[in-house]
Ligand binder design. Structure first.
Ligand SMILES: [Zn+2]
Ligand SMILES: [Zn+2]
Length: 197
């Protein structure tokens, strides 16, 4: 019981709650900015045909998607074989060029919706997994928002380079330092965003 009562007075726990609240507030603050800029990214990468799913646009085998255990069976391509589509391939290439590490998160995105939904383009810049069912910037978490801004080179045109290369986190306490690192990066970015308009 004592442990239960102490939960909300423990300094580290309070720090954790405050950090969590701060991340939430920060995410809310960045949502409109990211939403608007993703529409510009959408225009910059061009218009796909609107029919090709991502499986069709990725050759087989491609790591890490085609984890082939059987020689003639690929779980990733089981519903759709790779097939060239100049229009959609061009958009795909442009997304790769816009990605800081040239490794878009293809598993998150529904390429057949690229033509009409800028968020499906944005999802290519999220962490590799876990965001396929997130439907909008508003639904995304802080980690998703910050990942897009750091991974998509387009944001170099509206944020200063120093915002996009934050210092490495302190190694003493990984969890706390990661949060502080994110908050610092974010404050830096918010500071820079205030000069955008
Ligand atoms: Zn495959
Ligand atoms: Zn196509």
């Amino acid at each position: 019981m004592a442990a239960k009562n102490n939960v909300f007075t423990d300094k580290e726990t309070i720090n954790w709650f405050n950090a969590s609240k701060a991340l939430n507030v920060a995410k809310q603050g960045l949502t409109n900015f990211l939403d608007t800029q993703l529409q510009n990214v959408h225009a910059a990468v061009g218009r796909s045909c609107g029919n090709c799913p991502i499986e069709k646009l990725i050759p087989c085998p491609t790591n890490p998607y085609c984890n082939k255990k059987k020689r003639n069976y690929c779980p990733f391509h089981k519903s759709q074989k790779p097939q060239p589509c100049p229009t959609s391939d061009h958009v795909k290439q442009n997304i790769i060029l816009q990605h800081r590490y040239h490794g878009p998160s293809w598993r998150n995105t529904r390429a057949e919706n690229w033509a009409q939904d800028y968020w499906e383009i944005g999802k290519c810049f999220l962490p590799p997994d876990g965001y396929s069912h997130v439907c909008s910037v508003q639904e995304s978490d802080f980690n998703g928002v910050i990942s897009i801004m750091l991974n998509c080179l387009y944001f170099q045109t509206c944020l200063s380079l120093s915002c996009l290369s934050p210092p490495p986190p302190d190694k003493q306490c990984p969890l706390e330092k990661v949060i502080q690192f994110k908050i610092k990066s974010l404050m830096h970015i918010q500071y820079c965003v205030s000069f955008v308009h």
